[in-house]
Design a protein around this ligand. Sequence first.
Ligand code: Z5A
Ligand code: MG
Length: 211
Amino acid sequence: GCGGKGGRGALVVLEGLDRSGKSSQCARLLSFLKGKGCDADGWRFPDRTTSVGQMISAYLANQSQLDDRTVHLLFSANRWEKRGLMESKLLSGTTLIVDRYSHSGVAFSAAKGLDLEWCKAPENGLIAPDLVIYLDVQPEKAAERGGYGDERYEKIEFQKKVADYYLSLRDSTWKVVDGSLPMETVEEQLRELVTKCIQECQGKPLANLAW
Ligand code: Z5A
Ligand code: MG
């Protein structure tokens, strides 16, 4: 089954460097959960459908120039504009599988050279994930995968810095999965982690990020 009746949903976040397989695994997880009869939604950040998200999207595609701090706050605002809906979904029992979240926000901006504590501050008060799955892939390996190199941050040296900042953000909700394994193997490990998480967070209240 998928947690008890009337329990809240779990906030599950997939993180990792570019081309680590987050979007592929989010899709697989979602169809697995739905197949089991779970109430689950797939979300992603940046959410490029909102007006804030459209500014971010143009920036990532190098169609606009924005100051680094300004971009950081836009990414954060893009999460804040979804916080209310996120909370009501979780409380009504929907599990959210989220492709990137606050850890991306901090790791990418800090890798550009912004102060780490300054980067964390606007994330405080957003809903804290119950589980963060980090898909661990060497940047060189990821670069060999399809579609790499089209957007602003897709450079190997930069990705290495991002990986270091990701590691500095590890906490008790953080699980590392080897993302260089075959997709089916990764998928199996994620199913197990997420199934356990959904059961365990039933009795726990929602928490806020407090970095
Ligand atoms: N960003 C930020 O700065 N601040 C923030 O707050 C947030 C984001 C939220 C866009 O994100 C950028 O925004 C991103 C961080 C920054 N940096 N960059 N550039 P995005 O999420 O929109 O990025 P994306 O375009 O979706 O790419 P991605 O997320 O990096 O890729 P992915 O989702 O991890 O990988 P994938 O699309 O599932 O797979 C990539 C390819 O690898 C594909 O051909 C797969 O078939 C293949 N693949 C996947 N898994 C495997 C395995 N296991 N083996 C072999 N091949 C595989
Ligand atoms: Mg993706």
